[in-house]
Design a protein around this ligand. Sequence first.
Ligand SMILES: [Ca+2]
Ligand SMILES: [Ca+2]
Ligand SMILES: [Ca+2]
Length: 125
Amino acid sequence: MGIHTLQAQDHFNRDWPTYVYPDAFSFVTTPLSGAFLGQVTIDGIPAEDDGVDIIAAFEPVSGICVGTGTFVSGGNIFGLNIYGDDSTTPEDDGMNPGENFLLVVYDASANRTITYTQEFDQWSN
Ligand SMILES: [Ca+2]
Ligand SMILES: [Ca+2]
Ligand SMILES: [Ca+2]
């Protein structure tokens, strides 16, 4: 999916969904996944590493979490696998072809989540 640079800013667009950490950040591991690579800054500062800040991907329509990851030095995303829907289970547990996803960062020092005002459509596994 390439490498993305994400710059989070505080924003006040209330139309954009908010996902609360940690309640909304649980997901199902399925046989299909794609790794998302990138670098994240929060108000110009790299996201904190060592499992402090958390990044998660969500399906904006169903609202389900489809994977989480952490950061390594420099705000580089580590281990964000975005899971696809398991076709052997009846419920929607992941990405389906044509679906977009949103990225959300939990900023631990401020105890807030930031939803990026951009949808990504390059998911593939
Ligand atoms: Ca399923
Ligand atoms: Ca889905
Ligand atoms: Ca912070």
